[in-house]
Design a binder for this molecule. Sequence first.
Ligand SMILES: [Zn+2]
Length: 71
Amino acid sequence: MPRRATYKCPRCGSRDIVPIKYGYPSWEMQDDRALGKIKLGGCGIRIDPMDRYCNDCEHEWRKTDNYKKLK
Ligand SMILES: [Zn+2]
């Protein structure tokens, strides 16, 4: 049984969270996007990319932000 991510959207509290994938999208990534499993972040190289996306309110953030709040 796969482990379910327990991330919640910091803005709306939704659990409908998907990872943001960067780089040129492969066919597999496009399939995943069509199924709502990932969000494509584009090909641009970013120094500090967001890697979590909320399907409900379209908020983007970094998962490491969650860890900072625990400190
Ligand atoms: Zn949200």
